[in-house]
Design a protein around this ligand. Structure first.
Ligand code: ATP
Length: 503
């Protein structure tokens, strides 16, 4: 697992997908840059989402709200008071950690112990079954499992009640140590607000404290009535938006899974109170279908319904994806009731109500939210696509099997040799196709090596121009995943590629 994840990270760098931010200065923790191919892949994922959510829905429109918002927004939304993670400092090492992550890591170690016990037992019992040994293994495993369950549930309860002393007590009882130094010299557990603050204004005295938005959703809520009126929208309707969000995450690891600057793709669907249960089911199903439409394997997704709900929600589920480090949240679907609009009504003193002509009555709409991290989706697609294949001739090839619709470069045009007029024809094909697709021209190295390079780059098609092309205007088109080659007319290329890469 770890190895596969390391391969993903190094492949992303080597093939121009993701670089560490300001790498020449040794980088900035949990901040990343998208490189030439990464920017294309990211844009294609965003477009794929936008098309499904906005273009294909008559009753959903998209907006692009500012990152800066009036600071009262974040009072109303609850972020100033409650957007916290539990933080613990180590007096000796001066390192800070997220208390809940330390506890979760401890539980993950117990889980690894269970796996080891089970593996060992399977090997031993393969030789000869020993009942006494079987029972003692079983008891050990059950013991570990019980410890995991009680630890996690005590932590969840303490965090919910904001009983941070108990979180600290738990860390002490479990004898959890600093992962780097082994020291147990902790200070108290404190709440740490995840919002980044900044200032607006020229002079220090008059400056206004602002936050970088930690989610895009609030830009939609405060614009609810503006959009409804100017777009003459009728409930049920949705407002979608993609854009940057910022969180001062204490634990920043797992590459682009958890970043300090990231991008969200969110949609808030405004509905009549009382209809939220059916819309919740509708959006669960719709969003799962969107994921499955990319053909990345049904087994890689699962729902995780929340038992413990945030104060504003009456139902919530995560769509989890099987990342190289296990199943983790990719998207959240939340039934947020009228919490957000009511809060903004209270703090702004303005009504955010909808007049329902059928009922001849006004009400504050309920909201269903779908919220997905674009960078997490990028990681899901990228990590799932990277495979190493054994070939018949005992060699291996590295292929990035990106869904064709998302691939940064749709086709590479390769002249077989750099002479006899073949490059000129290849360049002419590039010039024709680039109106419709992002295509590449590649003439360096033997054609076999160029195929491998394009495989690793995720390019779905290679188009080779050879001497027969001079005679009959046909070329070879090679499919990345099957490596099958077809002879086709140059004039048919556009339609052939379109079939695969159009949604
Ligand atoms: P997590 O529990 O993983 O911190 P969350 O529950 O706080 O996530 P939400 O606030 O529901 O996440 O945000 C919606 C989506 O935004 C998440 O499903 C995830 O895809 C993405 N997201 C949230 N935080 C980050 C981050 N730090 N880096 C990248 N993507 C993120």
């Amino acid at each position: 697992q770890d190895d596969q994840f390391k391969k993903v990270i190094s492949h992303a760098k080597e093939y121009g997908y993701v670089f560490q931010s300001s790498e020449i200065y040794d980088g900035l923790s949990a901040v990343y840059d998208y490189a030439q191919n990464g920017a294309e892949l990211k844009k294609n994922i965003r477009d794929y989402w936008w098309k499904a959510m906005v273009q294909m829905h008559d009753n959903i429109v998209g907006i692009d709200a500012a990152i800066f918002m009036h600071p009262t927004t974040w009072k109303a939304s609850g972020h100033v008071d409650a957007f916290n993670d539990p933080l613990i400092d180590n007096k000796d090492s001066k390192k800070r950690y997220r208390a809940d992550v330390l506890i979760e890591d401890y539980c993950a170690k117990l889980e690894a112990k269970i796996d080891k016990e089970v593996d060992k037992a399977a090997k031993r019992f393969g030789d000869a079954f020993n009942k006494a040994e079987f029972i003692s293994t079983n008891q050990r495993v059950l013991g570990y499992q019980e410890k995991i369950d009680t630890t996690l549930s005590r932590m969840a309860k303490s965090l919910e009640k904001e009983d941070l002393a108990d979180v600290k007590a738990l860390i002490e009882e479990l004898e959890i140590a600093d992962p780097l130094t082994g020291s147990r010299n902790w200070t108290d557990v404190k709440q740490f607000n995840l919002m980044f603050g900044t200032k607006l204004g020229a002079s220090a005295e008059n400056a206004m404290d602002l936050y970088l938005r930690p989610e895009t959703a609030q830009g939609i809520f405060v614009n609810f009535l503006n959009v409804q009126k100017s777009g003459r929208m009728k409930i049920p309707f949705g407002i979608a938006q993609t854009g940057k969000a910022f969180r001062n995450e204490i634990v920043a690891r797992q590459f682009i899974f958890r970043m300090r600057e990231f991008e969200q793709m969110e949609m808030q669907f405004f509905i009549k109170p009382g209809t939220q249960a059916e819309w919740f089911e509708h959006w669960k199903e719709t969003r799962m279908k969107w994921h499955l439409s990319l053909g990345m394997g049904e087994d890689n997704y699962r729902f995780h319904d929340h038992e413990k709900l945030a104060h504003y929600a009456d139902a919530a589920t995560d769509i989890e994806f099987k990342f190289p480090f296990g199943f983790k949240e990719l998207e959240g679907i939340h039934s947020r009731t009228d919490f957000d609009l009511k809060q903004h009504e209270e703090y702004s003193g303005k009504k955010l109500q909808y007049f329902d002509h059928e009922d001849n009555a006004s009400y504050t709409p309920y909201v269903l939210e779908t919220s997905i991290g674009l960078d997490r989706m990028f990681l899901a697609v990228f990590s799932n696509s990277l495979v190493e294949e054994e070939l018949d001739n005992n060699t291996t090839r590295t292929v990035l099997k990106l869904p064709a619709v998302l691939a940064p470069v749709k086709a590479a045009i390769l002249p077989l040799v750099k002479k006899d007029g073949l490059p000129e024809i290849a360049k002419q094909i590039v010039d024709d196709l680039k109106w419709d697709f992002n295509v590449d021209y590649d003439e360096k190295d033997a054609v076999g090596r160029r195929y491998r390079r394009q495989d690793a780059n995720g390019t779905p098609f290679c188009i080779t121009v050879d001497h027969d092309t001079l005679e009959d205007n046909t070329v070879t088109i090679r499919h990345r995943d099957t490596m099958e080659q077809q002879r086709v007319k140059i004039s048919d290329l556009r339609d052939l590629i379109k079939q695969e890469v159009d949604v």
